[in-house]
Design a binder for this molecule. Sequence first.
Ligand SMILES: Cc1cc2nc3c(=O)[nH]c(=O)nc-3n(C[C@H](O)[C@H](O)[C@H](O)COP(=O)(O)O)c2cc1C
Length: 391
Amino acid sequence: MQVRRCALVLVEPREAIDFDLTELASGETGVRERLGWVALAAHRDEDIPLTAAEVAALGALSPGHWRSLDELSQRHPRAVLEALMAKGLLIAQEPVDETSLQFARADDAVRAVHWRGLPAVMHRHTRWRDVDSEAVERLFAEASSETLLERLGPAQPVVPERVEAARRMPLPRPATSALDALMERRVTCRNYESAPLSFDAFSAVLYRAFGARAVCDYAPGVQLLKKGVPSAGGLHAVEAYLLVRNVEGVPAGLYHYHAVAHALEPLRPLDADAAASLARRFVAAQAYYAGAPLQIALVARFERNFWKYRNHAKAYRAVILDAGHLSQAMYLAATELNLGAFITAAINEVEIEQAFGLEPMAEGPLAVCGFGVRAKERTTVEFDPAHKVWV
Ligand SMILES: Cc1cc2nc3c(=O)[nH]c(=O)nc-3n(C[C@H](O)[C@H](O)[C@H](O)COP(=O)(O)O)c2cc1C
């Protein structure tokens, strides 16, 4: 059997803390610290505990060359190699069962996208599955008598002042412009009307935030886009995947937005209950965002950005920055039409990937945003200290 190490794996010396209740009862602290090795692989969702012998073998196995297992067994204990295979860190060229086939496919998917190791592991292992952020908050409130502020203590100051006030060089404030007025009314909306969003407003905001204004044939086989927002390399590698619940003339369901055609690609229709349940799961049960008429998953096409920025130290950062620009454009386009908008990073990436059929290391959700008509009454808190939206 021919085997090789998986493409990208980091090994962390981790301290786990356990509580021994019997020790606690006998007046001791009950705290038990356990030190051990944990593998974080770019093709596996789980943290994988390793023995010291497995760490040593892992460091001596090539990720590039296939080697015979029998030949490797002369240098490493066979049981250690088999344990690494069972953990999916040593990959078989010809998988013998369903599990090893899945390990091999997931590893191939990582290899195909030219990830750099550190961001690949970070991306894979910061995804949420089935997280209910409201339940987590309730648990925190029950488990602790302190408020969050008591627990955290004072925050860092709003501005880190680097010189005394007398040494500052004052700058004139500009005369108020239309852009100022628009930016002042941009307030993250957590209160949405239950009536549907109009088709025209829906279409206009999508175009201004995500639509392409020109397509450039940059080189044979390479097209770039011009949009209202900047993008690393002009690649515009962040896509808008929509969960529509309540938009006039658009049946509830999952869609992909085609940025060049300015059109929706229907992926799966949903009944109202299924759409509501998915909306809640996407945003980790944040009810105020689940109530918006639509959600937009900002999905990074790593395979498009990393085609150019291969194995590049800055590429992952750049894609995340692209998503931020799109979100701000969406906020402003919505605000101009007197709509409310939101973005959240507290999302269940795994549920979003599954709903849209995305291979996580090729196309990954980074955030969920959306917009809609503001409710007439504010029941959930919004940050509007200057009362530009709420009187
Ligand atoms: C990257 C990012 C992540 C955010 N995540 C959340 C979130 O998980 N939940 C939420 O209610 N708001 C979230 N927000 C919205 C912020 O809470 C909001 O921008 C902030 O309170 C300031 O309010 P403003 O946008 O009205 O100025 C997020 C905003 C950004 C930019």
